[in-house]
Design a protein around this ligand. Structure first.
Ligand code: PLP
Length: 395
């Protein structure tokens, strides 16, 4: 018999993945162009041309024994140094390569951080709504995920007072995702300062570090010139998990990094333990070719303007149809209020070949997530279907 924990997981499944598969079935039945699949955060914009060029160049110019071999579990020293220098020039930080651990995407990085920090029963706080995989990542290490209810009145900015009330002597970390999946909200500098102040106060009161884990795969996806605060500049005990999955459209390549800043409590110990975690979780090291590729593409940017066009057209279309949405400042998700139960709504939407993910899948019922990392054409063609759906609800 397999593990009891895994039995529960096979029973639970992933609503988002199930929907993705349903989308494929619907496309086979009705034709791709007649299915409005907004379920998955899989970027539709190709990686910048420079990524392909570097893959070809590096693969043809590097000695294969060197290119495909194992390296230090933390990653290539020269790659880590380049990542550190790039962060320093953008955010005024003081990292060196010794603060950077190359990882298998953000998912790999978060698992490395949690393995490094958690004893069984330790609590990890998160603001709802949140990426539901967090619960699985925390449970991998027998931690306890505690969700702080969504601050709907505050337009989904985290509420520092709710954070204060949620912290207990068992709190090991707060996991923060900015820009946010699923709301598209950017947590402002004011919010970040207030969160940092609560964490400082509480860790002093409890006499133990409380780590802030910054999950930032959407960092570069910000619109209208909005700034995404760099959290290590606001709170000493911050650990960063980054990935190029969304920023360079490389989700299948599994490449990212973790930052353990020098000012963090126990920085060296955390880093050394994280390197071991990377190895013994079975990642061993981040993919060798991709490490070299991203190191040459640190100044490359995806086509944010294309996502922005999708964002504006979808927002206008949905509000015109009568829906209420949070106007997203970042990432590529629209957070839409449902007239009635969100699961029932997403089921009804399928009648019009629309696939959206219920807010319940992000621990926040009453909303759905509409992922607009799709072709502009799909957005335009979907709007009459959304109008019909709205009419069903009398909007
Ligand atoms: N964190 C959030 C909030 C995400 O939305 C995702 C992916 O969708 C991840 C982490 C995992 O990203 P990666 O592909 O880099 O593992």
């Amino acid at each position: 018999m397999i593990s009891a924990k895994m039995i529960r997981m096979t029973e639970g499944g992933s609503a988002i993945r199930a929907m993705f598969e349903e989308g494929a079935r619907m496309a086979a039945r009705f034709g791709q162009e007649n299915v409005y699949d907004f379920s998955l955060g899989n970027p539709n914009i190709p990686a910048p041309e420079k990524v392909r060029e570097e893959i070809v160049r590096i693969a043809s110019e590097t000695d294969p024994m060197e290119l495909h071999g194992y390296m230090s579990n933390a990653g290539y020293p020269e790659v880590r140094a380049k990542v550190a220098a790039s962060l320093n020039s953008r955010f005024g930080t003081d990292f060196t390569g010794d603060n950077i651990l190359m990882t298998v995407g953000a998912a790999g990085g978060l698992n490395v951080i949690l393995k490094t920090l958690l004893n069984p029963g330790d609590e990890v706080l998160v603001f709802a709504p949140y990426f539901l995989e967090y619960g699985n990542y925390v449970s991998n290490f027998d931690g306890v995920l505690k969700a702080i209810p969504a601050n709907i009145e505050g337009n989904f900015q985290p509420d520092p007072e709710a954070l204060r009330a949620a912290i207990t002597p068992k709190t090991k970390a707060l996991l923060l995702n900015n820009p946010n999946n699923p709301t598209g909200v950017i947590y402002t500098e004011q919010t970040v300062r207030a969160i940092a102040a609560v964490l400082e106060e509480k860790q002093a009161e409890l006499g133990t570090p409380i780590y802030l884990i910054s999950d930032e795969p959407y960092r570069e996806l910000a619109y209208d010139g909005k700034e995404v605060p760099y959290l290590t500049n606001y709170y000493r005990n911050t650990l960063v998990g980054y990935s190029w999955s969304k920023s360079l459209s490389l989700p299948g390549e599994r490449i990212g990094y973790v930052v353990v800043p020098p000012a963090c409590d126990d920085a060296r110990l955390i880093f050394d333990a994280a390197v071991i975690a990377n190895r013994i979780l079975g990642f061993v090291n981040a993919p060798s070719l991709q490490q070299r590729v991203v190191a040459e593409c640190l100044d490359e940017r995806t086509d944010v303007a294309a996502y922005d066009r999708n964002r504006r057209t979808l927002y206008e279309g949905l509000t015109e149809a009568g829906f209420t949405c949070v106007y997203p400042d970042g990432a590529f998700y629209m957070w839409m209020k449902t007239p009635g139960d969100d699961r029932e709504f997403s089921e009804r939407a399928k009648k019009y070949n629309i696939l959206v993910v219920p807010g319940t899948s992000f621990a926040c019922p009453g909303y759905v997530r509409v992922a607009y990392c799709v072709s502009y054409d799909r957005i335009v063609r979907s709007l009459p279907a959304f109008k019909k759906l709205a009419a069903e609800y009398g909007l």
